[in-house]
Design a protein around this ligand. Structure first.
Ligand code: GRF
Length: 296
């Protein structure tokens, strides 16, 4: 049980999905066993018995052979880029320096209009992932809780006033000045204009608290969504993460996850279930999309 919890924590720290985590574990296992076997075979050439010199030589051989074996197996299993940075990091720790490998940092801006609990969750998730930085928070609501989230996490924020929202060129300039690569809408209630979509093609994703294409479109936000779902006596709802296009809640779907609705559920209890799904999946999906785009 504890082992599973440890694996889950590692998976979250490395920001990988279960399939990739499985391949990483296989690489570790095969890398470790093949390196031990190879060291054994090599030492047979020089020693007749396992004495103190054998163990000393064995230790040094393992230190040299382990990274080589792991890298070779990672190439076979398609995990080279993960292990390259992993081994560089260990090496850096051993020599007491942080070894800089040429890794690009993706800067994300989060747009939100409300409490910002998703924004907060995304920020915590990426704190341990050096290749992604939440660099800017934007809101259309000067009273939004997400402003406190930005302040508490020392992230610059900007409030989009009415003029900013009529003509988004100010906003686009702000995003460019902050070197933003990717935009995440986490409860942003205003429509994203064409100019912003054109400036960040396939780089804006949104989370919707229902299973699109049902319960999407204008006016379908916050508790409106959950009230409609309950009123229609649906037996399930869920979350949809999708790319943003010119229409409300319409772009290509990236990920969906459902949850059951019981007879005793209300709009409030359903909202809570949905939030739990959002916290569990949204950051990971963001990370997967960013990684995929960076590999192009
Ligand atoms: C979330 O349910 C999200 O799906 C929707 O708005 C809500 C924002 O909640 N688009 P919070 O502000 O992150 O708590």
């Amino acid at each position: 049980m504890q082992f599973c919890t440890m694996l889950k924590k590692l998976q979250q720290k490395w920001g990988v999905n279960s399939g990739k985590m499985f391949l990483i574990m296989i690489t570790f296992a095969l890398g470790g066993s093949s390196c031990a076997r190879l060291a054994d075979l090599l030492l047979l050439l020089f020693f007749d018995e396992k004495n103190i010199f054998w163990w000393t030589a064995y230790f040094f051989l393992i230190v040299v052979l382990w990274p080589i074996c792991v890298i070779l197996i990672s190439i076979l299993l398609g995990q080279y880029s993960f292990f390259k940075s992993y081994i560089f990091r260990i090496w850096g720790k051993m020599i007491g320096k942080s070894v800089k490998i040429n890794q690009k940092t993706t800067k994300i801006a989060i747009f939100a209009s409300g409490k910002g609990s998703n924004a907060n969750n995304i920020i915590s998730y990426f704190k341990n992932i050096s290749s992604v930085k939440i660099a800017l928070i934007l809101t259309d609501n000067s009273e939004a809780g997400v402003i406190d989230v930005a302040k508490n996490n020392h992230i610059p924020f900007h409030i989009l006033n009415k003029e900013d929202r009529i003509d988004y060129s100010n906003c686009i300039e702000k995003l460019r000045n902050n070197h933003i690569d990717f935009i995440v809408l986490a409860g942003y209630l205003k429509k994203i204009p064409e100019s912003l979509i054109r400036a960040f093609p396939e780089k804006i994703i949104n989370i919707h608290p229902a299973l699109l294409p049902k319960y999407g479109g204008k006016g379908m936000y916050g508790s409106n969504v959950h009230e409609s779902v309950i009123a229609k006596k649906e037996t399930e709802s869920g979350i949809t993460i999708h790319f943003v296009d010119e229409q409300y809640d319409h772009g290509e779907i990236i990920f969906q996850q459902n949850c059951d609705i019981t007879a005793s559920d209300t709009a409030e209890t359903l909202a809570e279930k949905i939030h739990q799904l959002e916290y569990a999946h949204f950051p990971r999906v963001i990370y997967e999309v960013v990684q995929k785009q960076n590999q192009r």
